[in-house]
Design a binder for this molecule. Structure first.
Ligand code: ADP
Ligand code: MG
Length: 292
């Protein structure tokens, strides 16, 4: 395509809420064969709320909740914000973390008043040496209902379990259908657990799901598909998506997401309207065809 045609199409895209950083992305978008979606904050609204809170025997709710709020205070993750909001509504005295570490795709770990607090998925608790057998059934049940189970351990012992649920974005199913109509396959690659991922994928019509994927695994999947000859696009919102966004032929960052995702992607989808991706594929195909 001529530079003029690409500039015109880029301008048109910008007016529709798609910021294309370089013209090459527009050309690549015309040829995409598969688009990989992150789940949380990309397919879903990214405004999850706590739907269940279960305390482990021997713990006091206010004590555990105050520790959770302090541990998640520094988290940029939607789940962290959902937990912090839930605790805030209880008007507890705030605690402050002495040290804080986010483990991308797994959770957070903090030291608060000398106590070791871990909030995250079963993998993270396992890695921290916490025995989670007692809550395994409850976690599976939450996931089967489409919620993400989030476990809390204090000083190495299970203290509580949350179910956090998020709704698919309005228009997500239509956006997936539009891609299928254009002959673009869709796939969900998420750090979330299998059952919750499948529940959401079924709601929006995505056929293929990879769950429990670390940021490194997300990147690997992009590379594996490219090695198989697929033309791979990736759309995501988080720090955990950044490596995969950078490795895809076209990376789409959800505009309401993190700056790191936006820096790694060639295209920013303003306001998180994921239907814009199918529009861009259509626009780029028309642009390429006009030029021949
Ligand atoms: P997704 O790919 O769906 O956006 P992530 O890769 O960001 O999900 O996170 C994967 C999993 O790690 C989450 O489903 C959750 O169990 C856990 N997790 C990540 N960040 C946090 C956090 N701040 N607090 C609690 N759990 C978290
Ligand atoms: Mg996400």
């Amino acid at each position: 395509a001529t530079p003029t045609a690409i500039m015109a199409a880029t301008g048109q895209a910008a007016r529709r809420g798609l910021y294309i950083r370089d013209g090459a992305a527009l050309e690549s978008a015309a040829r995409l064969s598969v688009l990989i979606f992150d789940k949380t904050g990309t397919i879903t609204e990214g405004r999850p709320t706590v739907t269940r809170f279960e305390l482990s025997p021997g713990w006091a709710a206010d004590e555990v909740l105050a520790l959770v709020a302090a541990a998640e205070a520094g988290s940029e993750h939607h789940l962290g914000r959902a937990l912090a909001d839930y605790v805030r509504s209880r008007n507890l005295l705030p605690l402050k973390a002495d040290s804080f570490q986010a483990v991308p795709g797994q959770g957070v770990r903090a030291t608060i008043g000398g106590r070791d607090v871990v909030v995250g998925n079963a993998r993270l608790l396992g890695a921290c040496g916490v025995e989670t057998a007692a809550v395994e059934t409850a976690m599976e049940q939450m996931a089967a209902e489409g919620a993400t189970p989030v476990a809390v351990a204090v000083d190495g012992r299970m203290a509580a379990l949350f179910a956090v649920a998020d709704r698919p974005r309005e228009g997500a199913a239509a956006a997936i259908r539009a891609l299928h109509d254009l002959g673009v396959k869709t796939m969900m690659v998420t750090g979330d657990v299998e059952a919750a991922a499948r529940h959401v994928a079924a709601l929006v019509g995505i056929e293929s799901v990879v769950a429990g994927a670390s940021p490194a695994r997300k990147l690997e999947i992009v590379e594996e598909l490219r090695a198989l000859g697929e033309r791979v696009g990736m759309i995501g919102d988080g720090i955990n998506d950044a490596p995969a966004l950078a490795a895809a032929e076209v990376g789409f960052a959800v505009g309401s997401g993190t700056d790191i995702a936006m820096d790694s992607a060639q295209v920013t989808v303003v306001g998180g309207d994921i239907a814009k991706v199918a529009e861009m594929v259509g626009l780029s195909r028309r642009t390429m065809r006009i030029i021949g």
